[in-house]
Design a protein around this ligand. Structure first.
Ligand SMILES: *Cc1c(COP(=O)(O)O)cnc(C)c1O
Length: 363
């Protein structure tokens, strides 16, 4: 007998999340000095964090003997979004919120719908509570909402939508999303993961949170890990009906967000200059990378995020050649895209270093 036999079979079925390779790990594996390595693998902000957030975090370091009080960040999110605090749930990263949603609505005997090539955490969170997965084939690498609606079964309780999606960068225009919300059964919850919302070009951005009034079955998740540059602090927020927020708070760990994260996130929300600078850098970097792909003859998927997927062909080999040059990007074979790699938009110099390394890797 192995102790594993005593575990839940649906837990044994999980393949663990594969994070982007840390810089320190590549340095150990290949003996490359840390300063020569660039990591464009986890959609982190190349500008780092807002100086205001850093200052707030350093002040909060003096309070670490106390349990956290999340009131002020909730109030700041309420001010930022225009919603009452009863609609806001804070998470240890938005990942935590995805887990809470799964624990509230999914269980063995229930099913959940998500798209092929969608964010890996959806099947992970769903499997961890024993739900049955319904993966719907993508259309042009993005969510096929008609097919997702058709896949809903009587036992379906939750649908996952990433908009923009990671790792493809695809985006479903808001009018389509709204029509989808109106067309599905009212007893199915939709988790709308907007981790990259702040990177959307202004002309396609629409206030999806305005719909909360119309759809009590909608949960929107946002994060401080991406444009706000706080990935290492683990903090995000959810917006939902007061009923869903209340349910999530029942399964939430009492002190899931720490003092440093709460303080930094609150300051980051107010640093509009830093957000604008990050958006601008991303826009310029997106042009730099996509022009580079065109010049080198690589197909890529037009992206609304801070990353681009490109068709590398023998992606594993290209990835290995990039790693040898100290460039870390993200293989996405685990997302059903074995020929593709995903690269995060970096600084101008990082993007150039990546494109030079890619050109060498090619041949
Ligand atoms: C990065 C990312 C998140 C954010 O995860 P955190 O737990 O907030 O760091 C959520 N959803 C998607 C699609 C992402 O790419």
């Amino acid at each position: 007998m192995s102790i594993c036999d005593q575990s839940l079979p649906y837990v044994r079925a999980i393949s663990p999340y594969q994070p982007g390779k840390p810089i320190t790990q590549l340095a150990r594996e290949m003996g490359i000095p840390v300063e020569r390595i660039i990591k464009l693998a986890s959609n982190e902000n190349p500008l780092g964090m807002s100086p205001k957030a850093r200052a707030a975090m350093e002040r909060a370091a003096a309070t670490l003997e106390r349990y956290p009080d999340d009131f002020e960040l909730k109030a700041a999110v309420a001010g930022h979004t225009g919603f009452g605090m009863e609609r806001i749930v804070l998470g240890n990263g938005s990942n935590d919120l995805l887990d809470m949603a799964a624990r509230v609505f999914l269980a063995p005997g229930r099913s959940t719908v998500f798209s092929q090539h969608a964010f890996a955490v959806y099947p992970l969170a769903s499997l961890s509570v024993g739900a049955e997965l319904i993966a719907v084939p993508a259309k042009d690498f993005g969510h096929d909402l008609d097919a997702m609606r058709a896949a809903i079964r009587p036992d379906t309780r939750l649908i996952w939508i990433a908009n923009p999606n990671n790792p493809t960068g695809t985006f479903v225009p808001y009018p389509q999303l709204k029509a989808f919300m109106q067309s599905i059964p009212a007893d199915v919850v939709v988790v709308l993961d907007e981790a990259y919302n702040e990177y959307l070009p202004p002309d396609v951005r629409e206030d999806s949170k305005e719909w909360l009034a119309e759809f009590p079955n909608l949960l929107i998740t946002r994060t401080f890990s991406k444009i706000y540059g706080l990935a290492g602090l683990r903090i995000g927020y959810g917006l939902a009906s007061p009923e869903i927020a209340d349910l999530m708070n029942r399964v939430r760990q009492p002190f899931n967000c720490n003092n440093l994260a709460l303080a930094a996130a609150r300051a980051a929300l107010g640093d509009h200059e830093f957000v604008a600078r990050s958006q601008e850098l991303n826009r310029a970097g997106m042009t730099q990378l996509t022009e580079g792909f065109s010049r080198l003859g690589y197909e890529y998927i037009p992206s609304c995020g801070n990353f681009v997927a490109f068709r590398a062909g023998d992606a594993a080999t290209v990835n290995q050649k990039l790693l040898k040059q100290g460039v870390i990007v993200r293989p996405v074979a685990g997302y059903g895209m074995p020929e593709w790699l995903r690269v995060t938009i970096g600084t101008e110099a990082e993007n150039r270093q990546f494109l030079d390394a890619l050109e060498k890797a090619r041949g």
